[in-house]
Design a binder for this molecule. Structure first.
Ligand SMILES: *[C@@H]1O[C@H](CO)[C@@H](O)[C@H](O)[C@H]1NC(C)=O
Length: 332
């Protein structure tokens, strides 16, 4: 991955959330204009997409070098194996293009649903067209408003989960190697009991985040849980902490990893085996990245605790706090 964190927006907002409240403005200072522009661009994009999805998401002309999903998948592995720094192990994760394609397809469905429409026939892999950058469109499909209901929405996502599985299999990926967050994303799609408000979780599922933006999203969700809810709704905060994974062994995992252990040894405030300290360690590692010059630490944290960010997100969604985090802006 190399130096994926860069020094731009990542540290702009990231360090803002790392610093105490008083330092936030100062740390974010040089990037304020940038952030504002991002926010404006985002608003524009939302407005545009609401009005144009019907034509934009459907590939009629094939003018953009899009190709059949099947042939794309044969040449582009969706599941890739990466070394877990600080250990001798390896870990399978989705490529950033694979998560981008997955999200794009979910977004196409979601935008039709929000217009009260659904697919008139089950989505098939042959309906999917993919570009070299991981853009995706549909072909030979039609949407209808007639008889629209939550059942049709559920069907659309069920078929999407099957298409995504096929896509991964066609790229030579072994389904048994799917990382747990992406597996759970597919289960969520296929669950058959989702509600309309779950669509926000689907299209903004952390399993679909580009690796380089996981740091910021962790800090945003951490801030929402620990600082914001810690002030305004302690019951929600407690409920979220109670439901975080790895309670019994996270500290052993941290010590057993030579990279992460650098943040564990010789600290003033020793880590205890509690969920809040699991979050504290994860925050500290991300906030003092440059100290140990380890650009790939985000991926390492993901490989060691692949379900942590997902659990934080799922719980925020359950207690009605996810929409307020602004997570939808972090997928590029
Ligand atoms: C990361 O998030 C920023 C917004 O903060 C976005 O502009 C960028 O495209 C995202 N990176 C990727 C690789 O999607």
């Amino acid at each position: 991955m190399g130096n994926t964190l860069g020094l731009g927006v990542g540290l702009g907002l990231g360090l803002g959330l790392c610093a105490g409240a008083g330092v936030v403005m100062q740390a974010a200072g040089p990037n304020m204009e940038h952030l504002k522009r991002n926010a404006e661009a985002f608003v524009n994009r939302v407005v545009t997409s609401k009005h144009q999805h019907n034509t934009e998401d459907i590939d009629e002309s094939s003018a953009e070098g899009l190709r059949d999903a099947m042939s794309y998948a044969k040449e582009n592995p969706m599941l890739i194996q990466v070394p877990v720094l600080g250990t001798a192990r390896k870990f399978w994760r989705l490529s950033d293009k694979a998560t981008r394609i997955s999200r794009k397809l979910a977004l196409i469905l979601e935008s039709q649903h929000s217009a009260g429409k659904y697919l008139t026939a089950p989505l098939k892999l042959s309906n999917v067209r993919i570009g070299s950058t991981g853009s995706a469109k549909l072909r030979d499909v039609s949407f209808s408003a007639k008889g629209f209901s939550i059942e049709r929405v559920r069907d659309d996502y069920k078929h999407l989960s099957k298409v995504l599985l096929k896509l991964i299999e066609n790229s030579d990926g072994d389904i048994a190697n799917l990382p747990p967050d992406y597996s759970e994303f597919l289960v969520l799609l296929g669950r058959g009991n989702i509600k309309m408000e779950d669509e926000f979780l689907i299209v903004n599922h952390v399993a679909l985040l580009p690796m380089e933006n996981r740091t910021e999203v962790f800090l945003m969700l951490h801030d929402r849980i620990v600082n914001h809810l810690g002030r305004t709704d302690k019951a929600k905060k407690k409920r979220i902490l109670r439901n975080l994974p790895y309670n019994n062994d996270w500290l052993d995992t941290a010590r057993a990893n030579a990279e992460i252990n650098q943040w564990v040894v010789n600290v003033k405030n020793e880590y205890r085996r509690t969920p809040i300290d699991l979050l504290r360690l994860n925050r500290n590692v991300r906030c003092h990245l440059h100290q140990y010059n380890n650009d790939d630490i985000e991926e390492t944290l993901y490989c060691e605790w692949p379900e942590l960010l997902m659990a934080m997100e799922k719980m925020l969604h359950l207690v009605g706090e996810l929409v307020k985090t602004g997570i939808e802006m972090k997928f590029g």
